[in-house]
Design a protein around this ligand. Structure first.
Ligand SMILES: Nc1nc2c([nH]c(=O)n2[C@H]2C[C@H](O)[C@@H](COP(=O)(O)OP(=O)(O)OP(=O)(O)O)O2)c(=O)[nH]1
Ligand SMILES: [Mg+2]
Length: 313
């Protein structure tokens, strides 16, 4: 096969709405045989990705896809072939999943996907499958405000948060963090701590690097379940990818009052930048919950926000 040609592959992440994802085993005689995969296959001439997804999932597991949204695009060079994995989350389908090519098939808890052997290209897909569509950045000028904001975010169903609180007095940070961690535990939410805060000894689900911290970071810190970073341009996105961060926030998509001097990217540039890295990317800057569809069509994992999740509901 010509290694110069990029194979465009439609891939489906199918969940059962109880936290399990459908995976199948690639038959031994095929490319990357013996590894687990998300069902899917190559686009045929003239097909769109949703058309190919629908056909492949019908052929491979006997389901009829009714609704799907873009999740992530991953480019990978296996040496003998280059692939563009165009991964969609399947939101609705008819029929019963049945392995129609004799392949092994399993429903696996999304948090346990890491225990299965997947092709090298699949790492960012697994991250994207595990991550939610909203990422809330927690701020507040005093502890009561931080906690009120935290409650509001959690009560809206958001389960991924960053403890940033840059405007809080430093001596109040440990107590604020403890209280926020208690809330997050109650709601089974994941809490990342902004690595610029003087909280390096804290135990955290993960760390979020500012773009400056990203530039000064030469190796992924050990022990972090989740590592995220803030990016504003392609150089920073590439640096995040090289460092092995799990996901990034790319900003500002729209002009904001909090960063008046910064030029907005707009959706076209957001999409063009996101397309160049194999990372889940949250869109940040002047966005609200209602921008999710636009974000998803522009290649985003979802929406990140500070005030976006605090608006009166
Ligand atoms: N379906 C799928 N393919 C993947 C994943 N990860 C990954 O690297 N790939 C690669 C393996 C293959 O080189 C290519 C997909 O091709 P495929 O073998 O599934 O194609 P197909 O279903 O059209 O199969 P065939 O008609 O050629 O037998 O993408 C994944 O998670 N799912
Ligand atoms: Mg296939």
């Amino acid at each position: 096969m010509n290694a110069r040609v990029e194979l465009h592959v439609a891939v489906g992440v199918i969940d059962d709405r109880q936290g399990n994802i459908l995976i199948t085993l690639r038959p031994n005689h095929t490319h990357l045989g013996g590894l687990w995969e998300f069902p899917g296959g190559k686009l045929e001439a003239g097909e769109t990705v949703p058309q190919a997804l629908r056909r492949e999932l019908q052929e491979e597991i006997g389901i009829d896809v009714q609704a799907a949204t873009p999740l992530i695009k991953v480019r990978h060079d296996y040496g003998d072939r280059r692939v563009l994995l165009d991964v969609w989350r399947v939101n609705a389908y008819n029929g019963v999943e049945t392995p129609r090519e004799g392949q092994a098939m399993r429903w696996v808890n999304v948090r346990q996907l890491n225990q299965y052997q997947f092709p090298a290209a699949n790492q960012p897909i697994i991250k994207a499958a595990q991550l939610p569509v909203y990422y809330a950045i927690l701020e507040g000028r005093h502890i009561d405000e931080v906690l009120a904001n935290c409650r509001r975010i959690l009560q809206q169903g958001i389960r991924l948060l960053q403890f940033r609180v840059k405007s809080l007095a430093v001596e109040l940070l440990p107590a604020a963090l403890r209280a926020v961690q208690d809330y997050c535990r109650q709601y089974q939410a994941v809490l990342l701590i902004n690595a610029d805060l003087p909280l390096a000894d804290a135990v955290a689900d993960g760390w979020h690097l500012s773009s400056r911290a990203l530039q000064n970071c030469s190796a992924r810190p050990s022990g972090a379940t989740w590592l995220a970073a803030s990016c504003h341009n392609l150089a920073e996105l590439r640096q995040a990818e090289q460092l092995g961060v799990d996901f990034v926030v790319l900003a500002p998509v729209q002009a904001t009052t909090s960063h008046p001097g910064q030029a907005a990217l707009g959706w076209a540039e957001f999409s063009q930048l996101t397309d160049q890295v194999n990372l889940p990317v949250y869109a940040l800057g002047g966005l609200g919950l209602a921008d999710l569809d636009q974000a998803s069509q522009s290649g985003a994992q979802g929406i990140a926000g500070i005030s976006a999740f605090l608006a009166a509901s």
